[in-house]
Ligand binder design. Structure first.
Ligand SMILES: NC(=O)C1=CN([C@@H]2O[C@H](COP(=O)(O)OP(=O)(O)OC[C@H]3O[C@@H](n4cnc5c(N)ncnc54)[C@H](OP(=O)(O)O)[C@@H]3O)[C@@H](O)[C@H]2O)C=CC1
Ligand SMILES: [Cu+2]
Length: 452
């Protein structure tokens, strides 16, 4: 077996060698004259390949292709060593008359599905069934016509490829490198279903975090509107609708940011408790916890976005006309009352501390967000990464909680006076981070005493 593997490998290597040497002399066929075909032809011509384009009506489209490319009838595909099928899969069956011309050649299926498919056959497998004598390679569907045309400088460089025929796949990989892309071997043709689904996914790992952010935002926004707009209107007939676009949004964002940040660390705590409870770390977590643990980065980035927006909104608060009028009115009332000094030491200190802690929390969150980028994360080792993401993350959570505490403690009691009970906002915003912080300390204690 080893012998076969070695000689097989040698043969492959030889083939690759002759292929790469002949790449310039190689004839690449493209079926179809659509957007994809045009961009691909341009790219191939630019890297020195000979291109033959097969069309049902060549005369109509010849002007759209670079001069170096030959646009002829479909049957011309038999001149090519490797053929790209740039035709929609619905029309594959109209190509069957090319079966003899395409026999023994590598066919590249670049098509995308219209919807996410859980079960096969994929487009590439259907093409392979139609052309059993050709070797089908799936690839380039994740590369847009635009990327092909602009060249790989300005777009994604990875091209995912799969095929049952190792030789055909190697040739396409080689061609890929010639064109400046990075081929990624995805294995056998059965992977084609996954490759076809890839461009159709809509932020799959972001769905839960975004839904959570939106739900929390709506909840806190409604609560704050009732508290700050509806309540003064009903009890005092005051019109406070002007608060809706900025002030209410501004007090809503930090609550969402803090709860989302707590939700980054909560699953880790639950997981640690679960392991302690079970007395082992060698059992699987339930699916929901698994799902939650893998989405922590997205939760954190949503939290960062809310915190950053809160900072921008806060900076804009004094710019508003309403703030200026309120300031003037206050000043006038003060003059009328003959009060020369409105300095309140406790209020001053509270504001200074509250702002300072808030800025620190935002700074730490930015650090967490930046180090979550793959290119930055790759430059730190595992210990450094956990130090930043875990220790500094808890610091950010602590500072954020402190920020809310200093700002909101008297509001909570104020609201209690209005027979509102303790505002649920305040409760949720404080209880969740505090629980996480406390249980984290407890976990540390348990681990330190080697109970795990
Ligand atoms: N556009 C893009 O950015 C990308 C496209 N793709 C895939 O590439 C393939 C082609 O896409 P695109 O170039 O945009 O599509 P177009 O509609 O622009 O082109 C399709 C071409 O197919 C040819 N064709 C052959 N047989 C038939 C037939 N029976 N009926 C209709 N047309 C036929 C036509 O050329 P003629 O009239 O000369 O025969 C036509 O120009 C698709 O499978 C798509 O999923 C993949 C990634 C990106
Ligand atoms: Cu704040």
């Amino acid at each position: 077996l080893e012998d076969i593997l070695i000689t097989g490998g040698q043969k492959d290597a030889d083939n690759l060698f002759t292929f790469s040497r002949n790449c310039y002399a190689l004839v690449i066929g493209i079926l179809g004259t659509g957007d994809f075909s045009r961009s691909l032809a341009r790219r191939l011509v630019a890297c020195g390949c000979r291109v033959v384009v097969g069309s049902r009506t060549p005369s109509r489209f010849v002007a759209l292709f670079p001069e170096e490319a030959e646009v002829t009838h479909m049957e011309a595909a038999n001149q090519a060593d490797l053929v790209f099928v740039a035709v929609y899969p619905e029309h594959y069956s109209t190509l069957v008359h090319l079966k003899p011309a395409l026999a023994g050649k590598a066919l590249v299926d670049v098509s995308n599905g219209l919807q996410i498919k859980q079960e096969g056959p994929s487009n590439a497998q259907q093409l392979a069934d139609l052309f059993p004598e050709s070797s089908v390679v799936k690839g380039f569907n994740t590369t847009s016509a635009w990327t092909l045309q602009a060249g790989p400088r300005d777009g994604s460089r990875q091209v995912l490829l799969c095929s049952d025929d190792q030789m055909a796949k190697s040739s396409v990989m080689q061609l890929c490198r010639r064109m400046g892309f990075i081929p990624v071997d995805m294995g056998l043709l059965s992977s084609s279903l996954e490759i076809e689904n890839l461009p159709l996914y809509l932020f799959p790992s972001w769905r839960t975090p975004i839904i959570c952010t939106l739900a929390l935002f709506i909840f806190f926004y409604l609560y704050n509107s009732v508290h700050e707009v509806l309540h003064p209107y009903i009890t005092g007939g005051k019109n406070k609708l002007y608060k809706l676009p900025i002030e209410i949004v501004n007090v809503t964002f930090p609550s969402v940011a803090l709860v989302m940040l707590a939700l980054v660390y909560l699953p880790g705590v639950i997981a640690a408790f679960l392991q302690l409870w079970r007395g082992t770390k060698y059992t699987r977590f339930p699916d929901w916890l698994d799902h939650w643990l893998t989405r922590r980065k997205q939760f954190g980035l949503c939290s960062f976005l809310c915190a950053a927006l809160h900072a921008v909104y806060s900076l804009c608060l004094p710019m508003r006309k309403s703030a200026r009028f309120q300031l003037l009115n206050k000043a006038f009332e003060q003059v009328k009352a003959g009060n020369a000094d409105s300095w309140v030491e406790a209020d001053v200190w509270r504001m200074e501390l509250y702002l300072s802690v808030g800025i620190m929390a935002l700074g730490l969150l930015s650090l967490l967000a930046v180090t979550s980028l793959p290119s930055v994360a790759n430059t730190v080792n595992w210990r450094e990464f956990t130090f930043i993401q875990s220790t500094l993350g808890y610091c950010a959570l602590f500072m954020g909680t402190l920020h809310t505490l200093i700002f909101g403690w008297d509001r909570a009691f104020l609201a209690a006076q209005y027979h509102f009970g303790l505002p649920p906002t305040f409760l949720l915003v404080l209880i969740l981070p505090l629980t996480v912080l406390l249980s984290r300390l407890k976990c540390r204690y348990l681990i330190m005493h080697q109970i795990m």
